[in-house]
Design a protein around this ligand. Structure first.
Ligand code: AR6
Length: 190
C-alpha cells in the first residue's frame, strides 16, 4: 500500500495477482533451471518410469542414495532432497493418487500433493518451482480435471503469500499444454 500526497491509499493489486506468477510451457522438466522441480514419485521414493525415471537418470545415483534414507512417502504428501546433477537445486518428491474413477478421494489427494509441495518449497526458501502433470501418466488421472486442481490450488497458494516468485508447469506434449492453457484461461477469468 502506498500513501499518496493527498492521503489516499493506493493498493498495488498486481503484486498479489497469482496468475502473473504462473507459467505454462511444453518441455522436459529435467532441464528446467529453477530452485526446485517436483517429481511425480511413487510411495517408495526409489524411482520408476515416466518423469520419475527421467529425473533420477538426470540427477544421478546420489539422488537414489538420498531417497533411500527417507523411508518412503504416503500419497498426497511430499519430501525434499537435493538436486545433484540437475540444474534444479532441489527435488520435491510427491506421490499422486492412482485414478480409480474420481470417487475414492483422488481430488483431495491430488490437491494435497500441490499444497504439500508448495509448503515444502516455501519452508526451504525455494522461490521458483517446476511441476509436471502429477498423476496424469501411469496413474491415469484425466488431464483436464488434474489441471484444474493443479492451477486452482497453486493460484490460491500464491495469492496468500509472496515468498514464491514463480511456478512453472512443464507439460509433455502439445495436447497437455493446450489443456493447461485452456484451464488457466477459464480460471483466471473468474
Ligand atoms: N518432463 C515433463 N513431463 C513429463 C516428463 C518429463 N521429462 N516425462 C513424463 N512426463 P508419470 P504419474 C509427463 O507417469 O502418473 C512412475 O513410474 C507425462 O507425460 O511420470 O504421477 C512413478 O515412479 C505425464 O503427463 O507420473 C510412479 O510409479 C506426467 O508427466 C508413477 O510413474 C506424469 O506422468 C507415477 O505416475
Amino acid at each position: 500500500m502506498t500513501p499518496t500526497p493527498d492521503g489516499a491509499i493506493l493498493v498495488d493489486m498486481s503484486a498479489r495477482n497469482p496468475w502473473d506468477r504462473i507459467r505454462i510451457v511444453e518441455g522436459d522438466l529435467t532441464q528446467l533451471d529453477v530452485d526446485a522441480i517436483v517429481n511425480a514419485a511413487n510411495s517408495s521414493l526409489l524411482g520408476g518410469g515416466g518423469v520419475d525415471g527421467a529425473i533420477h537418470r538426470a540427477a544421478g545415483q546420489d539422488l537414489l542414495a538420498e531417497c533411500r534414507t527417507i523411508g518412503g512417502c504416503p500419497t498426497g504428501e511430499a519430501r525434499i532432497t537435493r538436486g545433484y546433477k540437475l540444474k534444479a537445486r532441489h527435488v520435491i518428491h510427491t506421490v499422486g493418487p492412482v485414478y480409480h474413477g474420481g470417487d475414492s478421494g483422488e481430488p483431495a489427494l491430488l490437491q494435497s500433493c500441490y499444497e504439500s509441495s508448495l509448503r515444502l518449497a516455501r519452508s526451504n526458501n525455494v522461490r521458483t518451482v517446476g511441476f509436471p502433470a502429477i498423476s496424469c501418466g501411469v496413474y491415469g488421472y484425466p488431464m483436464r480435471e488434474a489441471a484444474t486442481i493443479a492451477l486452482e490450488t497453486t493460484a490460491r497458494f500464491l495469492a496468500a503469500q509472496d515468498d514464491i516468485d514463480e511456478v512453472v508447469f512443464v507439460l509433455f506434449g502439445r495436447a497437455a499444454l493446450d489443456v493447461y492453457l485452456a484451464v488457466r484461461a477459464e480460471l483466471s477469468a473468474i
